[in-house]
Design a protein around this ligand. Structure first.
Ligand SMILES: CC(C)(COP(=O)(O)OP(=O)(O)OC[C@H]1O[C@@H](n2cnc3c(N)ncnc32)[C@H](O)[C@@H]1OP(=O)(O)O)[C@@H](O)C(=O)NCCC(=O)NCCS
Length: 185
């Protein structure tokens, strides 16, 4: 996951987050310790897209209440973008959270990340609300979107059907709490 984030950030955040701040955040958020903590956080689920034994994309969701879950990060390697992997990662989450009875998913994205915002809007996220966060001394302008969990899945799956890959493999694990719900379709 660290490799995917490092390959993706420079392109995605050029002109949005200064290089020096990116380096500091990557070192901090993708250290072994930080990732281990994120994997163990109660209510957090990671979904990982793999191809040929390599991680090519991932998404993390964190349950915020009995009704709501937040998509906290989603990245796909630059040379694998625009081939539907992001939507499948999102679908994997939506299918799982619908089963749990959650109602809404939220996401915060950089206000000036046009490609990221287009992806979310295409995925049915709406009602953008502007906010800002201080990340290690840098004021980051963001928008928060939301969308209901119920509804059509994005990559053409029917609700109730498990997300599946044809050739590439999508696997996902729920690392929160005592339950180990790892499964490999
Ligand atoms: C955003 C991201 C996760 C989407 O994953 P992906 O696998 O590329 O997305 P998909 O192929 O499922 O794209 C679905 C739709 O989203 C939109 N979209 C995705 N990436 C886009 C881009 N770079 N430019 C414009 N639209 C884009 C398109 O409408 C696309 O449909 P289309 O290709 O039929 O036009 C991925 O592009 C990425 O890692 N981007 C950089 C990091 C980032 O911005 N992350 C989100 C903010 S935290």
């Amino acid at each position: 996951m660290e490799t995917v984030a490092r390959a993706t950030w420079g392109v995605a955040y050029a002109g949005i987050i200064p290089d020096e701040v990116q380096r500091r955040l990557l070192d901090s958020w993708y250290s072994l310790q930080s990732l281990s903590r994120a994997l163990a956080t109660n209510g957090s689920s990671f979904f990982v897209a793999e191809s040929g034994g390599e991680v090519i994309g991932f998404a993390q969701f964190v349950r915020r209440s009995s009704e709501s879950v937040e998509l906290t990060r989603i990245y796909v390697l630059p040379d694998r973008q625009r081939s539907g992997i992001g939507m499948r990662l999102l679908d994997a989450g939506l299918a799982e959270f619908r089963e749990e009875g959650l109602k809404q998913v939220t996401v915060q994205v950089e206000r000036d990340n046009r490609n990221g915002r287009r992806f979310y809007e295409r995925a049915g996220f709406a009602d953008p609300r502007e906010l800002s966060h201080d990340v290690q001394g840098f004021g980051l302008a963001l928008v928060e979107y939301r969308r209901p969990i119920l509804g059509r899945l994005l990559s053409g799956l029917a609700m109730g059907e498990s997300p599946r890959w044809h050739e590439n493999r999508l696997w996902f694990s729920d690392w929160g709490g005592a339950r180990d719900r790892s499964r490999r379709p």
